[in-house]
Design a protein around this ligand. Structure first.
Ligand code: ADP
Length: 475
C-alpha cells in the first residue's frame, strides 16, 4: 500500500510513499531495541560527538530539507529554511546532554544514595503534518541524547523531511536502526507504536481527540506519554498597550504557517475602549500578508496542507459569517484560503473551537477580570500573548491565564532552550528546555549501605605474611 503525496500549492500528486505494515513496525522496534542497547553502552562523549555530527549534516542539508518541506507541506521557503536551521540548533543543544545528564547524590543516614537516569529504551514518536521536521526534532534529539532509540511515524501527508532526516542521521554516523522513520497510517503504525510492549514511551503531537486515544491505549501498559495537543490561544490587548505594534504583529501571531499552528493566537481579545482603533490598524496589516507560491522568497503564507483540511476550515466561515475583513489569496489550483478576521459573539463556534487555519476572531472585553475570564473560558491552554505597558498588570494577568507558554508584548512561543507544553486539553508533559532529556529516562535510586566502623587494620608488624601468622579472617 502507498500514500499519494500532493503538493498543496498545485493540488497535484508528486510522489507515492509506501505505508508501513504492523509486521514491519514490529521488525523496526526489534531492530531499535538492539541498536539502543549498543548506543546506551557507548561513552557519553562518543554519543555527544555523533549528535554533533548529525547537527552538522543537517546544516549542510538546509536547502534540500527546506525545498522538500515547501513542496510537501506548502511552507514558504524562507520559513522552511528557518525550520531546518532550528532542527540543527535543537540537535546541537541536546548534543551536550549525554555528558551532562547527571544523577544526584542525596544525603541519607547509613549509606550513600545515588540517582541514575537510565534511558527508557525505545521511544515511539508520532508527529503531525503542520511542522513535520521541527516537532520531530523536539522529541528525537533529546531522546537520542538520553541514550534511547527512536521509531518515528510522521503524518500521512508530510513524511518527506522526516524520512530524509533519518537518512542524514545514518550518513552522519549514527548507528543503524537507532533512528527509524516509518511512514504509514495513524491507526496502523501509530497505534502499533503505542501498544507495542517494547516501546516504553510515546511522544504524540496532534489533535486532542487522537491524543486522548493515544493516552487511553498507553494506559493499558502503564506507558509514559508526552502529549502536545490543540490550542485556542488568546492574544489579549489592553488599552494601555503599544496598539500600533500589537495590531501590526497580530497577523504573524495567528497566520504564520497559514494558522496551522497549535500556538496560533486565534482569539484576539481587545479592551472595548480601543476596539475600533485596533481594527483600523489591523486591517492594513492583514491586507499586507503576502500569500502565494511557497517557492517565492517573498511569500509569507502558503496554502493549507490538503483539500480535506481546506474543507474543514471553510466550514468555520459559512455564508453570512461575521467577517470583518480578509486578506488576499491566489485563486485556482491549490488549497488556498485568505487570512480572515471575524467579529463573532462569545458563543460562536469559530471563537470557541480550534480551526487550525488562517481565521482569527476579535472579541472585546470590559476589564482585566473579564479578559482573564474570557482567556480561560476554553478547554485548551497552550499559548498566548498579553499586550500592556503596565508591568504589574502583565505579571497579574500572566499568572492568572491558564496556559503553558505566554509572551508579554510579543508573539514568541517556542525557543529550544525553554520548556514548551500545554495546560488542560492542550497536553501532558513538556518538551524542549534543559530538562527534556530527563523526560526520556527512568530515574533509578540506589542506596549503598555503609558500615560506620571501618574493618580493623592489621598493625605493620602483622602484615608480613609468615607461615605462623594468623589469616585476616581469623583476627
Ligand atoms: P489530524 O486530524 O490533524 O490529522 P491527528 O491527531 O489525527 O491530526 O494526527 C496526528 C498524528 O497522529 C499523525 O501522524 C496521525 O497519523 C497519527 N494518528 C492518527 N490516528 C492515530 C491513532 N489512532 N493512533 C496513533 N496515531 C494516530
Amino acid at each position: 500500500m502507498t500514500t499519494a503525496l500532493v503538493n498543496p500549492a498545485t493540488g497535484r500528486t508528486f510522489a507515492d510513499v509506501p505505508s508501513t505494515s504492523i509486521e514491519e513496525t514490529d521488525e523496526a522496534v526489534a531492530r531499535a531495541l538492539v541498536a539502543q542497547r549498543e548506543w546506551a553502552r557507548r561513552a557519553p562523549a562518543d554519543r555527544a560527538a555523533a549528535l554533533r555530527s548529525f547537527a552538522g549534516a543537517v546544516d549542510a542539508a538546509i536547502e534540500e530539507l527546506a525545498g522538500l518541506e515547501a513542496t510537501n507541506s506548502g511552507h514558504p521557503i524562507g520559513q522552511a529554511r528557518w525550520e531546518a536551521g532550528h532542527v540543527r540548533d535543537v540537535l546541537q543543544y541536546y548534543a551536550a546532554a549525554p555528558e551532562r545528564l547527571a544523577g544526584a547524590q542525596i544525603p541519607v543516614a547509613g549509606g550513600l544514595d545515588i540517582t541514575f537516569h537510565d534511558p527508557v529504551g525505545v521511544v515511539g514518536v508520532i508527529t503531525p503534518w503542520n511542522f513535520p521536521m521541527t516537532i520531530a526534532s523536539w522529541a528525537f534529539a533529546p531522546a537520542l541524547a538520553a541514550g534511547n532509540a527512536v521509531v518515528l511515524k510522521p503524518a500521512e501527508w508530510t513524511p518527506l523531511t522526516s524520512l530524509r532526516l533519518a537518512a542524514i542521521a545514518l550518513e552522519a554516523g549514527l548507528p543503524e536502526h537507532l533512528f527509524q522513520v516509518l511512514p504509514g497510517l495513524g491507526p496502523v503504525v501509530g497505534e502499533r507504536l503505542v501498544t507495542h510492549p517494547d516501546v516504553r514511551k510515546v511522544v504524540f503531537t496532534g489533535s486532542t481527540a487522537t491524543g486522548k486515544r493515544v493516552m487511553a491505549l498507553a494506559a493499558e501498559q502503564v506507558k509514559q506519554v508526552t502529549l502536545e495537543l490543540g490550542g485556542k490561544s488568546a492574544n489579549i490587548v489592553f488599552a494601555d498597550s503599544d496598539l500600533e505594534r500589537a495590531a501590526r504583529t497580530a497577523p504573524s501571531g495567528v497566520f504564520e504557517n497559514a494558522g496551522q499552528d497549535c500556538c496560533a493566537r486565534s482569539r484576539i481579545l481587545v479592551e472595548r475602549s480601543v476596539l475600533d482603533r485596533f481594527l483600523e490598524l489591523l486591517e492594513p496589516a492583514v491586507a499586507a500578508v503576502a500569500v502565494g507560491d511557497p517557492l517565492d522568497e517573498s511569500t509569507e503564507m502558503g496554502p493549507l496542507v490538503s483539500r480535506q483540511h481546506l474543507s474543514k476550515v471553510e466550514g468555520f466561515v459559512p455564508a453570512g459569517a461575521p467577517v470583518a475583513f480578509r486578506g488576499s489569496a491566489p485563486s485556482g489550483d491549490g488549497f488556498w484560503f485568505p487570512p480572515t478576521v471575524l467579529l463573532p459573539s462569545r458563543t460562536d463556534r469559530a471563537f470557541r473551537e480550534e480551526i487550525f487555519g488562517p481565521v482569527v476572531s476579535v472579541v472585546p472585553f470590559d476589564d482585566e477580570a473579564d479578559a482573564i475570564g474570557l482567556a480561560n473560558d476554553s478547554p485548551y491552554g497552550l499559548s498566548g500573548s498579553i499586550w500592556t505597558r503596565d508591568l504589574s498588570r502583565a505579571v497579574r494577568v500572566s499568572r492568572a491565564v491558564e496556559s503553558g507558554n505566554l509572551s508579554v508584548n510579543s508573539h514568541s512561543s517556542v525557543r529550544y532552550s525553554t520548556p514548551f507544553g500545554g495546560f488542560k486539553h492542550s497536553g501532558v508533559g513538556r518538551e524542549l528546555g534543559p530538562d527534556a532529556p530527563l523526560a526520556f529516562t527512568e530515574t533509578k535510586n540506589v542506596f549503598f549501605a555503609i558500615d560506620d566502623a571501618p574493618p580493623s587494620t592489621p598493625s605493620p608488624s602483622t602484615t608480613a605474611p609468615s607461615a605462623s601468622a594468623p589469616s585476616e579472617e581469623t583476627t
